[in-house]
Design a protein around this ligand. Structure first.
Ligand code: HEC
Ligand code: HEC
Length: 344
């Protein structure tokens, strides 16, 4: 009888413990900025937006909340989905309120604090103001900051979250944007098999090693390690899509030589962020390899760096893809801090 009681007691206690774990509130340790020594110094400075579990939690709630859109249909997460490293799973072009289709592919959200500008053309130069774009874009969330502030002020849950985060009841756009920045800024992908291989904690197969060698010879001049971008703009030889006619960087600079140049994307978690390129034209990494091998460097005025790729054999293409797959970062993808707070 005593034994039975004890077992009963143990079950009750462990049930409570498991429940606590699954609720796992964000703690102080969760909001410490950590990155490998091989990474450069971040360009975004959290000193102006001091990391705290409460502000991060507010940012997380906002990121997953359709309240930020005009008709309460679309959250940041509608387009930036966690299983795809916060790109839009299998969507070539972005998809906003009222099923409106945008003009560009949704980029993955990761390692943003190392970027000097955002969007495919670098049209936004500060992480804190980036969110204003999707919020106010009629093809995305179609809302105004003013309306959002009013909606949040009427909402009891947000009153509590803002009070916890900022110790008073003021709700304004600066706080909304800074909280979102704490959430997205801590999305750091730095523990893929590639990272562990570089730091001597994992091994590569011969195919992956060969892929990395080829990548370093043919691709890394643009996709620079360890972030796989040097933050510059290039035309990588894609034939312009005549229906979208997206001139990329030139849209901003109005300089002819910037025509069809786009920001070099970092390639981390590339296995999951398909379809690829600013307009999502390629579904598979194989298509990307065929592009670099067969068409990118044939263009008369194509970049010298693209000409250096030359034509790739089937084996070379496969080896490079095998290497690219080592950039998948399960730790980042499964990181509970970035999970939907409504379904823990
Ligand atoms: C309707 C789809 C959609 C929604 C909703 C959306 N985004 Fe985006 N996001 C995009 C697209 C598309 C781009 C690229 C835009 C471009 O290049 O013109 C982008 C770009 C970004 C970038 C820049 C990434 C980079 O590497 O340059 C950040 C950061 C970002 N979004 C955060 C957010 C946040 C925060 C929210 C919610 C407030 C949000 N997005 C809502 C589609 C969306
Ligand atoms: C001249 C610079 C340059 C070189 C060299 C280069 N790339 Fe790119 N890469 C880019 C740019 C710029 C883009 C984005 C183009 C766009 O969307 O219009 C891109 C896009 C990509 C993408 C799609 C990323 C995404 O998120 O959609 C992949 C994958 C890729 N490159 C892999 C490679 C590989 C593999 C090599 C070597 C065989 C390579 N690149 C060589 C500049 C370069």
């Amino acid at each position: 009888m005593k034994n039975k009681l004890l077992i009963f007691f143990v079950i009750i206690v462990s049930f409570g413990f498991i429940r606590k774990l699954s609720e796992s509130p964000v703690t102080k340790n969760d909001v410490v900025l950590k990155y490998p020594v091989s990474f450069p110094k971040p360009l975004y400075n959290f000193e102006q937006n001091k990391l705290s579990p409460e502000i991060f939690t507010l940012g997380r709630k906002l990121f997953y909340d359709p309240i930020l859109s005009k008709d309460s249909s679309t959250s940041c997460e509608s387009c930036h989905q966690r299983p795809a490293a916060f790109a839009h799973i299998d969507h070539a072009l972005s998809h906003g309120i009222n099923s409106r289709i945008g003009t560009r592919n949704v980029p993955a959200l990761q390692n943003l604090i190392w970027k000097d500008a955002f969007m495919w053309d670098g049209g936004v130069n500060h992480l804190e103001v980036q969110a204003i774009n999707p919020i106010t874009n009629p093809d995305e969330m179609g809302e105004s900051l003013e309306n959002i502030i009013n909606k949040l002020r009427r909402n009891k849950e947000y009153a509590t979250l803002f009070r916890k985060a900022y110790r008073d009841s003021i709700i304004n756009s600066e706080r909304i944007l800074k909280a979102l920045t704490q959430f997205t800024g801590l999305m750091i992908s730095a523990n893929s098999r590639y990272d562990r291989y570089i730091s001597g904690k994992d091994t590569f197969s011969d195919q992956e090693k060969n892929g990395l060698d080829l990548f370093r010879k043919k691709c890394a001049s643009c996709h620079k390690e360890p972030l796989f971008t040097d933050n510059s703009y290039h035309n990588n030889g894609l034939k312009p899509d005549s229906s979208l006619n997206d001139k990329g960087r030139a849209k901003l600079s109005a300089i002819e030589k910037d025509n069809y140049k786009f920001k070099i994307p970092g390639l981390r978690n590339i296995e999951l962020t398909f379809p690829y390129m600013h307009d999502g034209r390629f579904r598979k990494l194989k298509d990307v390899m065929n592009h670099y091998s067969e068409s990118a460097n044939k263009n008369m005025d194509s970049d010298e760096k693209l000409k250096g790729i030359g034509s790739l054999s089937d084996k070379e293409k496969k080896d490079i893809i095998a290497f690219l797959l080592t950039l998948t970062d399960r730790e980042f993808l499964n990181d509970k801090r970035f999970a939907d707070p409504n379904f823990r």
